[in-house]
Design a protein around this ligand. Structure first.
Ligand code: S3P
Length: 441
């Protein structure tokens, strides 16, 4: 089967309802928490993507039984110290930064050395940001060039509590330290720049000894040693980061309407909605509910007649961090010049995304000014592409693939986009949903 997709035609006005699979961050966290619980945990609507399957493989390597039947997944936890494995274990985090970083927190007290590997993209990403704080618990690390995978972790039999200042706004680093803190004697104290808080909410729901004190720009989190974790039955809501591509497709399609049901709208994830509303997109919520500390809702999006440029407030960066590539397409069609600043973390993702935004927008004929951490986008409300655009060698970054498809459907031109398998990371049925919208059924 060809790994290349060719797109030539803009999408026609649509009025549909779609279903988006489970949230990736919550799915991976559910797998990890369940692996530590005493007994059987069950999840419905667990995301069946490569990142989550890699998390399942990882806990299986650690001796945990997992059964998947239809859309139900059962994990048989052996308790917080219940991992059983042989020497020379290799865990493959594949493409998943979340898995690679979070699982290290669970391994600070591993009795044997474990090797962590990943795919080409993950092997280019920074793991020093996580080996540094985890070393303070007493674990020992060896990393390629002191920063990259493959790495080796040698746990300590007596992890001790630490103080940690998380300055990047990385939920992965914060969460990994929370997991390690659960294993350490004493109180681990974390001062963390704002980032997604699913780990903290799950700790609260499970009644683990955690306190969270929210300040304006950061959170103070304290976690004590945990002896026992209850099982966790969870019905995973739809992923806002996957929904983002369809929300933007609607925002770029005048008079189109789209309903997406049961999306997780945790406040630390809804930067995209705040940004698009400021740019003139109408988004309505219906049937809002609280479920195990998280908020979920049905959502309706209306394609507007025109879009306003934005000077994006940097406070929204962390809550929209995975959505910027596709948000930049909205800026490309907006009336005026949009500015996005303090986005150095964007170049730390599955590919250097700020650099890729510059490449894709310039191929589309949109002027940008890009620095190490910012982008100015000179919008063109009449943008129609008449050229041939090829997107390849992008480290199979799933979000570059999906952003390119949305650009092709919104602005036209002839697009040849390589590595369509990249969507398997987060949204394997992406092209199926696109076809549903194309056929307006
Ligand atoms: C994630 C955190 C974010 C995000 C990633 C998922 C998580 O990364 O980009 O896709 O589930 O914790 P950082 O925490 O490194 O910013």
């Amino acid at each position: 089967m060809s790994k290349i997709i060719r797109l030539k035609n803009r999408i026609k006005t649509f009025n549909n309802e779609i279903y988006i699979p489970g949230d990736k961050s919550l799915s991976i966290r559910w797998v990890l928490f369940s692996s530590l619980a005493n007994g059987v945990s069950t999840a419905k609507n667990l995301l069946m993507s490569e990142d989550v399957l890699a998390a399942i493989e990882a806990i299986k390597c650690l001796g945990i039984k997992v059964i998947i039947k239809k859309n139900i997944c059962k994990i048989y936890g052996n308790g917080i110290n219940g991992f059983k494995y042989k020497r020379n274990l290799i865990i493959d985090a594949k493409n998943s930064g979340t898995l690679g970083r979070l699982i290290l927190g669970l391994l600070v007290n591993s009795p044997y050395s474990i090797k962590l590997i990943g795919d080409e993209s993950l092997s280019k990403r920074d793991f020093k940001r996580i080996s540094d704080p985890l070393s303070k618990f007493g674990a020992k690390f060896k990393l390629k060039k002191n920063k990259f995978l493959p790495l080796r972790i040698n746990g300590t039999s007596k992890p001790h509590a630490i103080k940690y200042f998380e300055k990047k706004g990385s939920a992965q680093c914060k969460s990994s330290v929370i997991f390690a803190g659960m294993r350490a004697d004493g109180k681990t104290k974390i001062k963390a720049k704002k980032s997604r808080n699913h780990t903290e909410l799950l700790c609260k729901h499970l009644k683990l000894p955690i306190t969270i004190n929210k300040k304006k720009n950061y959170d103070l989190i304290e976690i004590n040693k945990v002896n026992k974790i209850k099982t966790l039955n969870y019905n995973i809501p739809s992923d806002i980061s996957s929904s983002a591509f369809f929300i933007v497709l609607t925002a770029l399609s005048k008079n189109s309407k789209l309903i997406i049901k049961n999306i997780n709208i945790n406040p630390s994830r809804i930067g995209i909605l705040k940004i698009l509303r400021k740019m003139g997109v109408q988004i309505q919520f219906k049937n809002k509910k609280i479920y195990k500390g998280e908020i979920r809702t049905d959502m309706k999006i209306f394609g507007p007649k025109s879009l306003k440029a934005i000077n994006c407030p940097s406070e929204l960066n962390s809550s929209a961090i995975d959505e910027f590539l596709v948000i930049f397409l909205v800026a490309a069609k907006a009336n005026g010049v949009s500015t996005f600043k303090n986005l150095e973390e964007l170049n730390q993702k599955e590919s250097p995304r700020l650099k890729w935004a510059e490449k894709i927008l310039s191929k589309m004929g949109i002027k940008t000014i890009v620095t190490q951490n910012s982008i100015k986008i000179f919008g063109n409300p009449d943008l129609k592409i008449n050229r041939k655009i090829t997107i390849k060698k992008y480290l199979k970054d799933h979000r570059i693939f999906m952003t390119s498809v949305i650009a092709a459907l919104s602005f036209g031109g002839e697009w040849i986009i390589h590595d369509k398998d990249s969507v398997k990371t987060s949204l394997p049925n992406f092209l199926k949903i696109i076809n549903q919208l194309k056929n307006n059924d």
